[in-house]
Write a protein that binds this ligand. Structure first.
Ligand SMILES: CC(C)(COP(=O)(O)OP(=O)(O)OC[C@H]1O[C@@H](n2cnc3c(N)ncnc32)[C@H](O)[C@@H]1OP(=O)(O)O)[C@@H](O)C(=O)NCCC(=O)NCCS
Length: 212
């Protein structure tokens, strides 16, 4: 029987995920997208919107970069159908725990003792070092490096090329802008940029609660 995958979100991120799925043995790959005008994503067909999900068989992955949107859709899906995808050219130590719906792109390195939550994105050539804990819906963008024993709470987006020093804790619902260096804990949700990273925008929702 052919391995089937439904990918929700027919953008660039979805295209990369389809390629990883192919390397994971999926032969029948289709996309769903809220934008009805989309007909193709790379070489794969966009066959309808999320409303079609109940009529389709196979595993499902949500390929939407925005954490809040990803969460909204993922929470509506039958958990038993959610896929987890790891590119064959990623290195993942054998004791690493990875949650459902998470994707790990080519060249990523996840070292021993790390725990990665549900529906996280560990993007191209990012690294997550030993004993890090990433909560659900965290995105580590391409080329970002997270040193050992770092905790990152849910929904936080670490931008491209960011460095996070060891033993740091970062609140949920944060954005760490491209190229920043985080060398101190971040306790207040908001946007942080620069070297060293400083807050340029605060958010109201708080969350250092997801590991308690
Ligand atoms: C931090 C970020 C989210 C801010 O986006 P934004 O809210 O739209 O902010 P703006 O682009 O309007 O910039 C506001 C100010 O912050 C500065 N700024 C924005 N991003 C910055 C960054 N990464 N580092 C330093 N300064 C930055 C801008 O130069 C601007 O400064 P000014 O007011 O003096 O002109 C965005 O710039 C960013 O870095 N996104 C990450 C992109 C990424 O990693 N993509 C990877 C996808 S896998």
């Amino acid at each position: 029987m052919q391995k089937e995958l439904v990918i929700i979100g027919a953008g660039g991120h979805g295209k990369v995920i389809a390629d990883i799925a192919k390397w994971n043995g999926y032969q029948n790959i289709v996309f769903l997208d809220a934008d009805k005008s989309k007909k193709n994503c790379g070489k794969y067909q966009v066959i309808g919107t999320e409303n079609m999900l109940a009529d389709l068989s196979g595993d499902i992955i949500v390929a939407i970069g925005n954490a809040a949107d990803r969460r909204k859709i993922q929470e509506r899906i039958d958990r038993s159908r959610i896929a987890t995808l790891i590119h064959p050219d990623a290195f993942v130590a054998d004791d690493v725990i990875i949650g459902k719906g998470t994707v790990i792109m080519a060249g990523a390195v996840i070292n021993s003792g790390a725990i990665i939550g549900e529906s996280c994105i560990i993007n191209t050539c990012a690294s997550v070092d030993h004993d890090c804990i990433l909560s659900d819906y965290v995105h580590i963008s391409a080329g970002a490096h997270i040193a050992g024993t770092v905790k990152i709470h849910s929904n936080t987006w670490i931008g491209v090329g960011v460095s996070v020093s060891n033993d740091i804790e970062i609140a949920g619902n944060c954005v760490v802008g491209a190229g920043a260096a985080v060398v101190q804990n971040i306790a207040i949700p908001g946007t942080y940029v620069g070297v060293p990273a400083v807050c340029v925008k605060q958010r109201k929702q708080s969350s250092l609660s997801d590991f308690q």
